[in-house]
Design a protein around this ligand. Structure first.
Ligand code: SF4
Length: 239
């Protein structure tokens, strides 16, 4: 091959090489922008999903509360002052379920605001939370007159509302406060003294039964056992 032809061949190869490098560069640039686009897309979708879930839980609880409206399903409707739906964080990892509203709760329409409520607030604080971090509700949404025990027909009429609340919030742990909450949720007749101290299961959610704060006001020595139970909850909620 003469010099001329040799130059042409070299120039040709150089041109081909430059073309290949250019094409390769474009592919790399396109891939990078595609990856960045995908990453942003995933992140944006995640944020959107979180916002949707958060909004929907709050919204769904509001709808459930509105559906209950001026519920007249059981005789307690005639004696209540206010229906006490529940309060707290719709995204809560822990839901406390008590028995029924007392006089203070009936007056204010908010769960656990009397002396027992103050003790529950103290327990929640000792766990390292605020009331706004958890969700608090009862088996019955209306006060039984004179704080008498809930009747089976009242529980069966009212329980679907609680079931719906728990389905919406879908917490990591339910803490059943007292005999009625524990027996109702666990469908058992075993006394609270034998149920407490270990986790049970409610529709796939871990449930810890413990003594009701009102019981603690009458039996302060039981605080030790409640503290043991809530420590197990704290440990579980961190895992
Ligand atoms: S206790 Fe429950 S079922 Fe009975 S009236 Fe109140 S909300 Fe309705």
């Amino acid at each position: 091959m003469d010099d001329f032809n040799s130059d042409i061949a070299v120039n040709g190869m150089r041109a081909e090489l430059l073309g290949a490098v250019k094409a390769l560069k474009e592919i790399v640039i396109n891939q990078n922008s595609l990856t960045v686009g995908l990453k942003l897309g995933d992140k944006q979708q995640k944020i959107k999903k979180e916002k949707t879930v958060s909004g929907s839980k709050e919204e769904l609880l509001k709808i459930t509360s509105q559906e209950m409206g001026n519920c007249q399903l059981c005789p307690l409707a005639k004696t209540r002052k206010n229906l006490v739906f529940g309060a707290g964080n719709p995204e809560a990892k822990i839901v406390f379920v008590g028995e029924a509203p007392g006089a203070d709760e009936d007056e204010q329409g908010i769960p656990f605001v009397g002396r027992a409520g103050q003790l529950l607030t103290d327990i929640i604080k000792a766990m390292g939370f605020q009331r706004k971090d958890v969700y608090i509700c009862n088996i019955l949404k209306c006060r039984p007159p004179g704080n008498r025990n809930p009747q089976p027909d009242e529980i069966s009429k009212c329980e679907p509302f609680l079931k719906k609340q728990l389905q919406i919030i879908s917490p990591k742990i339910i803490c059943a406060l007292g005999t009625f909450a524990a027996k109702t949720l666990l469908r058992t007749e075993i006394p609270i003294s034998a149920l407490r101290g270990r986790f049970h299961s409610y529709e796939g959610i871990k449930l810890m039964p413990t003594y009701h704060p009102a019981y603690l006001l009458r039996n302060p020595s039981a605080k030790k056992q409640v503290w043991e139970d809530v420590q197990m909850i704290m440990k579980e909620v961190k895992t």
